[in-house]
Design a protein around this ligand. Structure first.
Ligand code: HEM
Length: 448
């Protein structure tokens, strides 16, 4: 176990940097203490497979990130066993049919994003633009349309309540973060301290969700999650609401930040941007000239777009270390370790993705790693930006559709480049467990 000090390091070094630093120093299997709580860190592909996939029943839950008692935060994330299976089976659109049905909503939102950015760059010629801000607007508008059957004013109004509250979710006060790391959950419960949640944001989304369910019941419509999932009758109102919140929570900042990082890389790598521009111009019809045309399949199948997004997720994906809690005393392969029931295990996913041993020239943006001819060189269980196994991200395909659509149509219409305001490296949101861009300033000019 690495002696601690560990928590203090966290206060001064971004988590992403710390993960890489420790992986380089201590290797594929090491431990840290958070306060007096031990955490095992695993970065060996065979062990990752064992924990996340092969023996996933032994590691049935994720670590607690919140002890909030509010029903909306009673997330799928913390559920286990049959309860989790029931929630999971109805969470997020997974089938092609479900995704295809949502695509027009994504496209409408995207068309508004393009119009808004065009107007903005026309009126602010020569000025840089914080693309992260625009992607947060896009992410919340898409999620509001698909989850809550609501259109927002996020593109025109920075005080739009959906936007403001979605942003709040990821900005809990610093003391709450420190407390979560240091104080055992039981003690927090006794003191009624709710951690890592922003109460105002939670209350807002709770009310919005209740209204949505009420409206649907009054209209005699099915009480679906808005993601049009099937089997929703199995869920209580509170479970449905908490599922909505889980999707909003999982999707909002992750999608926005990944998109912003992607444009940043394209600005740094003009040749890659031009190649992508050629692919999307040849491969896709214009977005606003084709009311009924469904280019869902085209967007998902463009190979270079796929590679660009995959490489962005390798370098800049928000999730750094998916976690599991050991469900029973367990001997871990041939490591000589017996993990005690209740031990937290974290997968060093991000550090693995940034390792030169696993990904040659790991710090460079090389989408061709993910080209069909090269993909086989990536070792299984070394690339996990969405987690892996039965508890992997349930919104992965939906997220990819939302992200690929945005990148395809933005690159088709605009050229991104560096400007005086562009910062290297990208500044990250502080004191949170995941990696999120705070701002990404770029020069954006129309291509035609
Ligand atoms: C770039 C976008 C996204 C990334 C990088 C991401 C990443 C992740 C990761 C790493 C996990 C944990 C997986 C594990 O522990 O093995 C997760 C879980 C989850 N994600 Fe995502 N996610 C994204 C978008 C979304 C979206 C758009 C939704 C919903 C619409 C969503 C819903 C969820 C849910 C509900 C879980 C919990 C699943 C369970 O416990 O069974 N995510 N996500």
């Amino acid at each position: 176990m690495v002696g601690i000090g560990n928590l203090w390091e966290l206060m001064f070094t971004p988590v992403a940097e710390l993960e890489i630093k420790r992986f380089k120093k201590y290797g594929k299997l090491y431990g840290v203490f958070e306060g007096n709580r031990p955490v095992l860190k695993v970065g060996d592909p065979a062990l990752v497979k064992e924990i996340l996939q092969r023996e996933s029943d032994v590691f049935p839950t994720r670590r607690d990130v919140s002890n909030a008692k509010h029903p909306i935060v009673d997330l799928i994330i913390g559920k286990r066993g049959d309860e989790w299976r029931r929630m999971r089976s109805t969470a997020s659109p997974k089938t092609t049919g479900q995704l295809r049905a949502l695509y027009p909503l994504i496209r409408q939102s995207l068309a508004e994003l393009l119009t808004s950015i065009t107007a903005h760059v026309t009126h602010n010629k020569g000025n840089s633009l914080d693309i992260n801000d625009w992607f947060e607007r896009y992410a919340i508008d898409v999620l509001a349309r698909t989850l809550f059957d609501t259109n927002t004013n996020a593109y025109t109004d920075p005080n739009d309540p959906f936007l403001v509250n979605a942003r709040r979710v990821y900005r809990p006060p610093l003391w709450k973060i420190v407390v979560t790391l240091l104080v055992p959950t039981r003690a927090l419960n006794a003191l009624n301290i709710k951690t890592e949640t922003n109460d105002r944001a939670v209350d807002f989304f709770y009310e919005i969700s209740q209204n949505l369910l009420k409206r649907r019941k009054e209209d005699n419509k099915s009480v679906s999650s808005g993601l049009k999932s099937t089997g929703h009758e199995l869920l209580s109102d509170n479970e449905l609401i908490s599922q909505l919140f889980a999707s909003l929570n999982g999707g909002f900042a992750s999608v926005a930040s990944a998109l912003a990082f992607c444009c940043h890389e394209l600005a740094l790598n003009a040749d890659i941007q031009d190649r992508l521009h050629r692919e999307v111009t040849d491969g896709l019809p214009p977005i606003d000239a084709d009311g009924d045309h469904n280019n869902y399949d085209l967007v998902l199948k463009l190979p270079f777009l796929d590679a660009v997004v995959a490489e962005t997720m390798r370098l800049h994906g928000p999730s750094l270390r998916p976690s599991r809690v050991t469900g029973k005393d367990y001997r871990l392969a041939d490591t000589g370790l017996t993990l005690e029931r209740g031990l937290i295990v974290e997968i060093s996913a991000y550090a693995m993705q940034r390792s030169d041993e696993l990904f040659p020239l790991a710090d460079q943006f090389i989408p061709d790693r993910f080209a069909a001819d090269n993909r086989h060189q990536i070792l299984p269980f070394t690339y996990n930006p969405y987690g892996t196994g039965p508890r992997g991200c349930v919104g992965q395909t939906f997220a990819q559709l939302v992200m690929k659509s945005a990148i395809a149509y933005l690159v088709r219409r605009f050229r991104f480049s560096m400007c005086a305001d562009t910062q290297l490296p990208v500044p990250l949101t502080k004191y949170i467990r995941i990696q999120l861009a705070e701002t990404v300033y770029l020069a954006v000019e129309p291509r035609d």
